[in-house]
Write a protein that binds this ligand. Structure first.
Ligand code: PBG
Length: 347
């Protein structure tokens, strides 16, 4: 068969002189590394720990590799994280007993209070962040005091999460954490005014130097499913749509961020992360001066673990690519269950 051969020595009249060739900078790993725009580091991570009473570790079925930990095991896990260069853990507590108010949430010997004290004693360089919310502690699994019984307000539906009465409880919880040595408190309930309420409670109790990382933009997301097993905090009825945000909204995210900044939030969070990278970018552009965290939530973790367990994806590459995307979108910090693995892969 006769084919056409181009004479390489003759200028080809069809060939354009390509002045811009982005591929020039992709020719070797050294060159690619030199022009890389975003870098993921172990120091970007905040590692979540689920702390419970009793001994040992209780694996969480829907989150392979994650367990509920005794206070001692939580300390061990914090040590491991510290050795890998991870600067912070965030604590979630599973109380011995649940009640309508969630009393263990601000008890002297509450499980989170014990864990804060012991981690700060044994691993003092580790920053301890605490989740400040009611849902893991209340018997109904909601993030606040409900409109029922002695608190009943006829103008609101039965079972509605009451805003202002709950703020007082959040203040108590935050102060109890700070008193045990928590470095940062992170209110996650999406109640109006939670940041200023906690700021005032901390300040009048002498904790004006404890920063607030606000879960400012938290969506009513199906991606929290595995967490609710882990923290045993699923609502017993209804959902969280009367306080968490509608996944359809992004302008509202800017309003939530602005309110929390006004109320004194030192850092902001967007949650979940993966399906909300546009929100992370928008909030970062609007508040470039405020450090921002993204919460790579339980459902995002479970999806990677499940696909990897089936051999359908490369776990380390997909995980690092996902976390990098969150940074590229504008997150300065990432709360992630992958923290230990990711730090090992990066080191
Ligand atoms: C509430 C809280 C939740 C998560 C973190 N804090 C659950 C919820 O709002 O229902 C979810 C985290 C995750 O899914 O990894 N205290």
């Amino acid at each position: 068969m006769a084919i056409f051969e181009l004479d390489p020595k003759k200028p080809n009249s069809d060939r354009r002189a390509l002045i811009a060739r982005p591929r020039r900078l992709r020719q070797s790993e050294t060159l690619r590394a030199m022009v890389r725009e975003t870098e993921l580091n172990a120091r970007d991570f905040i590692y979540p720990l689920f702390v419970r009473h009793g001994q040992g570790r209780t694996p969480i079925a829907s989150m392979p590799g994650v367990s509920q930990l005794s206070v001692l095991e939580a300390v061990r896990e914090a040590e491991t994280a510290a050795k890998l260069g991870i600067p912070a853990v965030i604590l979630f507590g599973i109380p011995a007993e649940k009640d309508p108010l969630g009393l263990e949430n601000f008890a002297q010997d509450g499980v989170v209070q014990q864990a804060i004290r012991l981690i700060k004693r044994e691993v003092p360089e580790m920053l301890v962040v605490t989740d400040v919310c009611l849902c893991e502690y209340t018997d109904h699994g909601h993030c606040g005091i409900l409109n029922t019984g002695e608190h009943f307000q006829a103008s609101l539906p039965e079972g509605y999460v009451l805003n202002d009465p709950t703020l007082n409880v959040l203040g108590k919880v935050a102060v109890s954490h700070a008193a045990c040595g928590a470095d940062i408190v992170a209110p996650s309930g999406m109640l109006d005014g939670m940041v200023i309420a906690i700021r005032e409670a901390l300040d009048v109790n002498g904790f004006e130097n404890v920063p607030i990382l606000s879960y400012a933009i938290k969506y009513a997301s199906a991606f929290y499913g595995p967490f609710r097993d882990a923290a045993e905090g699923a609502p017993k009825f209804g959902d969280r749509k009367s306080h968490q945000m509608d996944p359809a909204n992004i302008r509202e995210a800017l309003r939530e961020a602005a309110l929390d900044v006004d109320e004194g939030a030192d850092m902001l969070m967007v949650k979940p992360a993966l399906a909300y990278l546009d929100v992370i970018r928008s909030v970062k552009n609007a508040f470039p001066e405020i450090p921002m965290a993204a919460y790579n939530v339980s459902g995002e973790y479970a999806m990677i673990k499940a696909a990897a367990a089936n051999g359908w994806i490369d776990e380390s590459r997909v995980t690092l690519e996902t976390l990098l995307a969150m940074k590229r979108a504008g997150a300065d910090l990432i709360i992630t269950y992958h923290a230990l693995d990711a730090a090992r892969w990066l080191n």
